[in-house]
Design a binder for this molecule. Structure first.
Ligand SMILES: Cc1cc2nc3c(=O)[nH]c(=O)nc-3n(C[C@H](O)[C@H](O)[C@H](O)COP(=O)(O)OP(=O)(O)OC[C@H]3O[C@@H](n4cnc5c(N)ncnc54)[C@H](O)[C@@H]3O)c2cc1C
Length: 437
């Protein structure tokens, strides 16, 4: 109860994976009044599935995991509004229809926004990022008039955009600053393989280059881009995907302590009592060793939501992210990473064994500590593992011998490992003998 004798009111700004997970888990353990305020969509949807909507593989409604009735059944009030200010002294939010909304506990779960780097022409028509549902709607509107598109930035959203436009028969130019796709994360063999796969798909890759400016036609619509070498690439649409940053302008203005994101301690508490931040918009002041202070990924949002629900319902719990995991897709090639697998490891601290299928786009890279022979992580292309297996072996700091001999437990495809087990075992035996020499 709050001091007025009514149920404590929890207000969550943002109905993404972090805010929604938090609300669901608070409801499991309490009868607090819960309101989620979010402007983008009336209901939670899976942002990671937006590309499949564009490619015609899913109707948008299938990206919403919960029926409208779910929210009513769980007494979670949804409000489709934008919060423009937090009035800290009054414990109230100012909404963009000028209403004031009171809270006892406030949680910011406001996600990210696409980066804009101040390029000339970045505000022209038919120039956009892909983050919000409205971005997908805009892209859909432009699509019939696009013959040729330029995508800027070789990250995970960039490659999704390339696949999306390619699936609708558009000529795609992909501008990447690096010499190969995602080579800050992917080691040499993988980055070359994925780069070749992108080329094989018919994408026009422009490597080692950057966007200089976007040219306008008479209607102020993009008609092409100039690269830093002054190459002109004509196009009717430009996708800007050079990363995201926390969507926190209104919160910063309201007086919450922030750096790139809203600063939180390990309990996800901000500098203001009773106000928390989770998901993409939160920046941990003391991240776990080897982890980034802001992790703009789905699983982090979900875990932060689950953790904070414990604290809010009476069991103060620190956020401990556990082993790193991420997954993505590069056209037809699935990518997974568990634990630590560096693109250019320090040989004294991290070494790899690397297996590649002789004809298919399938690779397995396993990293280990050469001093302790403990398993450090695994990265795969075109091969799917079970999350639970790696989560356990990483938490238990298992040896490479253990992992190599039990790896078959982790494969999704039971046919796969028996065929290649011998090769992987041999790679490890060879590696060990080289270590001794
Ligand atoms: C195209 C795309 C593909 C992706 N693919 C992957 C993937 O494969 N794997 C992966 O791990 N991650 C992926 N991500 C990242 C992942 O989707 C995000 O990390 C995750 O959605 C962040 O969740 P969140 O709850 O923190 O915020 P969000 O999902 O961004 O939700 C925040 C919500 O807050 C609302 N909001 C913001 N400010 C206000 C305000 N002032 N008032 C009211 N409401 C507000 C916004 O409307 C938004 O709906 C992808 C992202 C994109 C864009």
């Amino acid at each position: 109860m709050n001091k007025n004798g009514s149920k404590k009111s929890i207000v969550i700004i943002g109905n993404g994976i972090s805010g929604t997970t938090l609300a669901r888990h608070i409801r499991k353990n309490s009868s607090y009044a819960i309101t989620i305020i979010s402007y983008e969509s009336p209901y939670f949807f899976s942002r990671t599935a937006l590309m499949y909507v564009y490619m015609g593989q899913l109707p948008f409604s299938d990206t919403e995991p919960y029926e409208p009735q779910f929210w009513r059944d769980n007494s979670i009030t949804l409000l489709q509004q934008r919060v423009t200010q937090i009035l800290l002294d009054k414990k109230q939010l100012l909404l963009d229809d000028s209403r004031l909304f009171s809270y006892d506990i406030l949680v910011l779960a406001t996600g990210s926004k696409p980066n804009l780097l101040g390029w000339p022409g970045q505000n022209l028509k038919a120039v956009q990022g892909l983050y919000h549902k409205q971005d997908l709607e805009k892209l859909e509107e432009w699509t019939p008039s696009i013959q040729s598109a330029v995508i800027v930035g070789g990250g995970l959203i960039g490659i999704e955009l390339a696949e999306m436009l390619h699936s609708r028969g558009k000529k795609v130019h992909f501008l990447i600053r690096e010499s190969h796709f995602w080579n800050s994360i992917l080691p040499n063999e993988e980055t070359k393989l994925v780069t070749q796969h992108i080329l094989d798909k018919g994408i026009e890759l422009h490597l080692n280059t950057e966007l200089k400016s976007i040219a306008s036609d008479a209607e102020e619509r993009a008609k092409g881009v100039y690269t830093k070498e002054d190459l002109f690439i004509p196009c009717q649409w430009v996708g800007l995907s050079v990363g995201v940053s926390p969507n926190i302008a209104f919160a910063k203005k309201s007086g919450l302590e922030a750096n790139k994101g809203i600063l939180v301690n390990k309990y996800l508490e901000t500098n203001q009592k009773g106000i928390y931040a989770i998901g993409d918009c939160a920046e941990l002041m003391e991240p776990q060793q080897g982890r980034s202070p802001i992790e703009a990924i789905w699983y982090t949002g979900r875990m932060m939501g689950e953790t904070l629900a414990q604290t809010i319902t009476g069991k103060r719990t620190p956020y401990t992210p556990g082993p790193w995991f991420n997954s993505a897709k590069f056209f037809d090639i699935e990518f997974q990473i568990y634990g630590q697998v560096s693109a250019s490891p320090h040989k004294q601290k991290e070494r790899h064994i690397f297996w590649k299928h002789n004809s298919k786009n399938r690779t397995i890279r396993i990293s280990y500590n050469p001093n302790t022979l403990c398993f450090l992580g695994c990265m795969t292309l075109g091969v799917r593992f079970r999350h639970a297996y790696f989560d356990t072996v990483l938490r238990e700091n298992k040896s490479m011998d253990f992992v190599i001999t039990t790896l078959e437990e982790s494969f999704f495809d039971p046919e796969f490992y028996p065929t290649y087990k011998k090769e992987i075992l041999m790679l490890w035996e060879l590696e060990k003998s080289n270590l001794i020499l």
